[in-house]
Ligand binder design. Sequence first.
Ligand SMILES: *Cc1c(COP(=O)(O)O)cnc(C)c1O
Length: 355
Amino acid sequence: MAELEIDYKKIAKNINQFKLNKEKIIAVVKNNAYNMDLEDSIRTMYQTGIRYFATTSLNEAISIRKILKDVDIFLINPTYKFEEVKKYDIEINISSLNYLKENYENLSGLKLHMEYAGFMNRSGVKNLEEAIEVIKFSNENNLILKALWCHFAHADEFDGNYEIEKSRILNIYEELCKIHKFEVKHFQNSASYLRDGIFEIASHIRPGIMLYGAYPYDVKKNPTKEVYKPYQTFEVRAKVLNIRELDKNDSIGYCNSYIANKKTCVAIADIGYGDGILRSRLTGKTCIINGREYEILSVMMSHIVVEIDKDVKIGDQVIIYNDNLPIYSYNKYCNSNSEQMAVLNKNSLHVIKKY
Ligand SMILES: *Cc1c(COP(=O)(O)O)cnc(C)c1O
């Protein structure tokens, strides 16, 4: 059985590199902490000094509160479960001016975050005028407007769009801070923090993927301001089940998925897309056996075919992911770090946890 080893010390190592005071980090732990398991992840993060968490799901927000009493929790998605967020002291998002106006009676006593929609545009106020209206309406109705935030759509791109969205929120803040004091100001995901450091006007950053150990963009091609070396939280390892000699024109796998163009020695290993490893990570890419890289020729649901040499033996370990085969090296487009993590199938991989 192939293994998924999750090492929570790596999360701590990632966080401890941040020069920032840990209380200035809002740790994003959505989707079961990027599939690294919520409870173990937040306990580790708490030990490093983090006291603020954000997730998209109310159930996760409640789970965090049941585990940690003295932390702040921000629910990113709009919610109408006002009694529950009150009961568990969860801070919520103003997803639009209408949401605020229609629900203000229920929002009394809750800590509210105002989102600026920006290019992301999933939710939030559209412009300065709407933002001012939110502030006025909140003041008139004694609502607690604790925070201002936004989420960048282009922070991992270097084509100029990020500079535009950045200047928009900074300009808006410059006006808003004249009429309202926001206790918390959080704008930056991992990519924005890595390239810019924390904004002068911000109280917090709001990273996800950097906590779990991956570069959010290609740092060889693009500049970084913060110093950061990722320690990938997890490793994936399989084993050589069998070794076959293929003659020229022999096929192997479904639909002749690989046809040998020469005499080829191959290993069959016990991992495939059914274990939640993306085909795009496997096909034509490499794995490590006994410290050397070998090409993966074909991918099935529970098996891969690897081109090998005489040094490889049945039972040898086949590494798919570790610090030498990191998720970020397979990024073809943004978010593919988290995609590779989200799909890992913990029901078929044998999960080992290290603390
Ligand atoms: C996922 C998410 C983040 C974290 O993004 P990373 O790129 O993983 O750092 C921050 N803010 C919001 C609103 C998110 O949804």
